[in-house]
Every structure is written in structure tokens, then in C-alpha cells.
Design a binder for this molecule. Structure first.
Ligand code: ASP
Ligand code: MG
Length: 591
């Protein structure tokens, strides 16, 4: 029989009336012939209340005891949900995370999933019962109760859906799906019929907030189709799957903003191997996640590196950076707290030219100054002043015409050849592919004025000259804008920049014609400290110098000399246990 997992958030179980409404969704699925596993959150506000109760006694409660306390919120909900189902005539049984066998590490209050048992659940399902499981909690190998971090009942649901090979994981909440932007900020935002895991992951990481981002990572890793919908309406919601049909001609399908970030910039980073690994590793050692890493094309032996971290981690990340920077002989470390990161996301981007130009031009037209740019295959992020953040989001939403999206449908089939691996821990950094493009050149444009509109003018000039721009990176105005382009386009690109009228710079573009881009598609790059540092260390161990770095939620790209590209890709594939490419190994590797 097909299994469906349904997750009900805090507002869906807030009171007896809501629980009844939620229970009727469960009963409906069961009548449709599904075996139903329901995951419930604590009732709205309860987790916060429990934290306050603890803090009334001690400012820093012992994490183990805090988890013992917090896990009770969900335990209340599962019992009430089962009682409601019983009254409505539906056999059901409640189970805590420990009873199910949701095993985590021992990092109290932010535990990571190691494995999930299915025996207890399937036995109950086969007896005709709905199984109601407490979200957000698990148990470590010593049977201590753990919690997975705020908002992670979603994660429990996706993990169980993956382990049970459920047909679908429905996330019931108080909004009717995923929108092209947060409707509170962009009133014209529209609900998406469908979106891919990759796209939602980029949006969830930038604060779209409807589905917890580690849950999206897990759904992506295990190909779990999700349906995000409202408990309180009949709307079909948004389906999240590996692939979506209908958006082929849509370069951008969603935009998002994150206001809770700060940026650290390290100037004068020596252009030698091992430096990125050292700097990023120093932050990882303190267990801090880095949201974005940007290093632009070095100039006169040094590069600038920018790191975006959550506001709450700024102080510690700064300490780590300052220590590491002085050890590695880098220059000054500066920071900025009042920033907003605005991202435009869409898989259709790869097939369209001039997308970065369109985004930057829209911001320039609004008089908004861009402080940093990064791109991945499916996203463009810019950093602007936080005061301009919401206005920037509206401008970008408008520039990509997100009010009028075509119909889209999700492909929910699990791709052929996908193997469910139980050998690794369920959560963690996981690399899905390493790719390499050797035919690239990098161009760096220096001497731009620090006023709105410059990036847009420059990128538009390149787009008009039909230069296919791949990676676009900017750390700060002073360090210029770096782009990678096809090697064949170099002359066209430099001519385009130099014939701009009025010019955006008086300096001639600097070109490095023989570089390659190596990039990896992954899950967990931002959620697991040390993920990026590990990649940089693999390259450093291979004696490879990294020229440029750009990261997004799911992608890490580095630019290296063309001559070391194959070696870089091969070393990464080896480290992350991926099949080596069809390309023959070079002599160097064989020897
Ligand atoms: N009750 C937990 C929280 O408030 C988990 C959840 O709701 O997803 O963070
Ligand atoms: Mg939640």
C-alpha cells in the first residue's frame, strides 16, 4: 500500500478546533487508500514558552535538560491528535522520536539525524493504524532525548518519508504554498504550482522560511516529493520535486531576501594555495556556518575574500577571521552588519543570457547600490544596504515578471538509477556531482565608481555584445567585478567594456585567458560547518591554488588555472566518492 507522510505545523494544532481540521485531512488520505504517517509540531507558541520557563530558572540551561523539556511540546500534540482521531473513528497510535528509532548525534538542541528505523511504524500501519509521530525530536545512541533545532518538525517528516519510501510528504501549514516572494513584502507575489528541490533550497536558505532548509536538503538528497499546502483551505498548494515542467522559458521563478546576515571582508588575502582552506577552516572550527563565500580574481598577488554569516555568529566569526588573517599574512578585516542579501533563483537561468545584467540594472534603476554579487548555475545573490532590502526585492520581482508565470507541473517520479544509501549518516555534507568547464577565461573590471547602476551598465554592455557571462563575482567596489566567460569571447568582452560610452571605468579590463571553472552540486554546504573548508583543503593538498570562489546554497564553484582543472575535479570526485569522469586521467594523475 502507498504511504503518505503528512506534517502539521504549530498553527495546525493550535487548539482543539484546528486539530480536528488537521485530523480530517489525515482521515481523508486514509479513506483514499493511503497508509498515513502524521508528524506534528508543538502547538503554536509552546516551544517558545518552554524556553522561557527554562530561562526563568537559569540563563543557560543544561542542553540535555533543555531537550528533555522541549521535546514535551510535540509529545502533547501527538497525544491530542490521536485522541481526536479516535473520537472521529480512526484507529491511531502516537509515538515519540525515541519510540520510532529516530537516531541522532548527541549535539543537544541542534542534533543531526543519523538514521531512522521504520519497523515500528510499518508494523502499526499494517494493523490499519494511522501513526502519529512527534516531530523535532530524536534520541542519541545513549538514549538521551535530543532535538534537531528550531523548526525541524519538517525535517522529521522528510526523513520518515525518505526512510518509508513514501509517495509524498505533505507539509501542512497556515499558508497555501510557496510564493514567488514573501507576500508580506511583495504584495503582487503569486503562488507557485511547482518548484524544484534545487530552487526551493536556494530560496529556503535565503530566508523564504516556509520549509525549514535542512528539510529541503534532505528531500533533495533522497528525492522526496513534497506538497506544501494549507490545513485551512482546499488549495492544491505547491509541489516540490526533482524536476518541473513548464518553466523552461522562465529564467527566474522566485526571489528571496535575508536580513539577518552580516558580511566580513578580508582584504589582501595572499594568492597562494591553502589560504582559503585556512581562513574558512578557522571559522568552521568554531562550528559556525558560512552562508556565502566570495573571492574575486586576484590582482597583484592578493585577493579579497568576503564571508557572509548570520548576525548572531558575527562576533565569533570575526575573532576567528582576525586570528587566521594575521597568521596567513592577509590584510585588514572589516565587517558590516546592516546588510540584506537578495537572491533571484531559477533553473531556467542557464538557458538565458543577460540575467545578472537584468537584475543589476533593475537595482540600479531604483538607485540601489550593490555591495556584493555572487552567482551559481541557478541563482544570483546581491548584497545591498538593509534599509534598501525590501525595495530591492520588489524591484527584482518586477524585473523578472514574476506576476505572470506559466503553468508548471512537477515530475515526482524518483529518477532511474537512484539508490537509497543507508551506509552514511542521513544528514551531513553530501556532494552529488563535480563538474568542470575548461574553456573559460576570467576578466576583471576595476576602477568602477561606488554609485548605483555601474554593475548593471557593465553587465548589460557584455550582454549586448553577446558575451555569455558565466560566474559574476564582486566583493566590494574596490575589488572590482570579476566574470568568467567562454575563452572565445575574450576579445569581444574587452572591446565591449572599452567602447562603453560613457565609460564605467578608465582602466583596461584584466584578463586571464586560461582558467577553468570547477563546480559541485551538493547538499549541506551551508548547514554543516566545515563543508566548504573540506573542499578547499582537498585542493590545497593537491597543491592547487584557488583563484576565485563563489558559493550558493547548493553549489560551490572555484576557478583554477586551466592546467590544474582535471586534477582538481579528480581529487574532489575521489574525496566525495563519485564515479570519475569519462575523461581520461592525465599523465600526472596516473603517475
Ligand atoms: N516545535 C519546534 C519549534 O517551534 C519544531 C517545529 O515547530 O517545527 O521550533
Ligand atoms: Mg515550523
Amino acid at each position: 500500500m502507498a504511504i503518505i507522510v503528512q506534517k502539521f505545523g504549530g498553527t495546525s494544532v493550535a487548539n482543539a478546533e484546528c486539530i480536528k481540521t488537521a485530523a480530517s485531512k489525515i482521515i481523508k488520505a486514509s479513506r483514499e487508500g493511503y497508509q498515513v504517517v502524521a508528524i506534528v509540531s508543538a502547538r503554536a507558541g509552546v516551544t517558545d514558552e518552554l524556553i522561557q520557563m527554562a530561562r526563568a530558572i537559569v540563563a543557560e540551561p543544561a542542553p540535555r535538560e533543555l531537550d528533555m523539556l522541549l521535546s514535551t511540546g510535540e509529545q502533547v500534540s501527538i497525544a491530542l491528535m490521536c485522541m481526536t482521531l479516535h473520537v472521529m473513528g480512526q484507529p491511531a497510535i502516537s509515538l515519540t522520536g525515541a519510540q520510532v528509532g529516530i537516531v541522532t548525534d548527541n549535539a543537544h538542541t541542534k542534533a543531526q539525524l543519523q538514521s531512522v528505523e521504520t519497523d515500528v511504524i510499518t508494523r502499526q500501519l499494517d494493523r490499519g493504524k494511522v501513526v502519529v509521530v512527534a516531530g523535532f525530536q530524536g534520541v542519541d545512541p545513549q538514549l538521551n532525548i535530543t532535538t534537531l533545532g528550531r523548526g525541524t518538525s519538517d525535517l522529521t517528516a522528510v526523513a520518515l518519508a525518505a526512510a518509508l519510501k513514501a509517495d509524498l510528504c505533505e507539509i501542512y501549514t497556515d499558508v497555501d504554498g510557496i510564493y514567488t516572494a514573501d507576500p508580506n513584502v511583495v504584495p503582487t507575489a503569486v503562488r507557485l504550482d511547482a518548484i524544484s528541490h534545487d530552487e526551493l533550497l536556494e530560496l529556503a536558505g535565503t530566508g523564504a522560511g516556509i520549509v525549514q532548509s535542512r528539510s529541503v536538503e534532505l528531500a533533495k538528497k533522497f528525492h522526496v516529493p513534497l506538497r506544501v499546502r494549507s490545513t485551512f483551505s482546499e488549495s492544491p498548494g505547491t509541489v516540490v520535486a526533482c524536476q518541473v515542467h513548464g518553466f523552461e522559458d522562465v529564467p527566474v521563478c522566485g526571489v528571496a531576501i535575508d536580513l539577518n546576515e552580516s558580511r566580513i571582508t578580508i582584504s589582501g588575502v595572499p594568492d597562494t594555495r591553502g589560504v582559503a582552506a585556512g581562513l574558512v577552516g578557522a571559522i568552521a572550527e568554531r562550528n559556525i556556518n558560512i552562508d556565502t563565500i566570495v573571492q574575486s580574481f586576484p590582482h597583484q598577488g592578493t585577493a579579497d575574500m568576503s564571508l557572509v554569516v548570520k548576525d548572531r555568529d558575527l562576533r565569533e566569526a570575526l575573532e576567528a577571521c582576525e586570528a587566521a588573517a594575521s597568521e596567513l599574512g592577509a590584510g585588514e578585516v572589516s565587517w558590516e552588519e546592516e546588510i540584506a542579501r537578495v537572491s533571484a533563483v531559477g533553473k531556467g537561468m542557464v538557458a538565458h543570457e543577460g540575467i545578472a545584467a537584468r537584475m543589476c540594472t533593475a537595482l540600479g534603476d531604483e538607485g540601489i547600490n550593490i555591495k556584493m554579487i555572487t552567482t551559481s548555475e541557478i541563482s544570483i545573490s546581491v548584497v545591498v544596504d538593509s534599509a534598501a532590502g525590501e525595495r530591492a526585492l520588489r524591484a527584482v520581482h518586477k524585473a523578472f515578471g514574476l506576476v505572470h508565470l506559466p503553468k508548471a507541473t512537477a515530475v515526482t517520479d524518483v529518477p532511474v538509477g537512484f539508490e537509497w544509501s543507508t551506509s552514511d549518516a542521513m544528514e551531513g555534507f553530501h556532494v552529488q556531482s563535480v563538474e568542470c568547464d575548461r574553456d573559460q577565461a576570467e576578466v576583471k573590471i576595476l576602477g568602477l565608481s561606488d554609485i548605483p547602476g555601474q554593475a548593471g551598465l557593465l553587465l548589460a554592455a557584455l550582454a549586448d555584445a553577446k558575451v555569455g557571462v558565466d560566474v559574476v563575482l564582486q566583493n566590494s567596489c574596490a575589488s572590482g567585478i570579476s566574470v568568467t566567460i567562454g575563452r572565445a569571447d575574450v576579445e569581444r568582452a574587452t572591446n565591449a567594456v572599452q567602447s562603453m560610452s560613457p565609460p564605467v571605468t578608465r582602466q583596461a579590463p584584466r584578463v586571464n585567458p586560461r582558467i577553468a571553472k570547477v563546480w559541485m552540486n551538493s547538499v549541506g554546504l551551508r548547514s554543516y560547518p566545515g563543508a566548504a573548508a573540506k573542499v578547499f583543503q582537498v585542493l590545497a593538498d593537491e597543491q592547487i591554488n584557488i583563484e576565485m570562489i563563489g558559493t550558493s546554497e547548493a553549489q560551490l564553484s572555484v576557478v583554477v588555472a586551466e592546467s590544474s582543472a582535471d586534477r582538481a575535479a579528480a581529487a574532489l570526485r575521489r574525496e566525495f566518492k563519485l564515479a570519475t569522469s569519462a575523461q581520461p586521467l592525465s599523465d600526472e594523475q596516473n603517475g
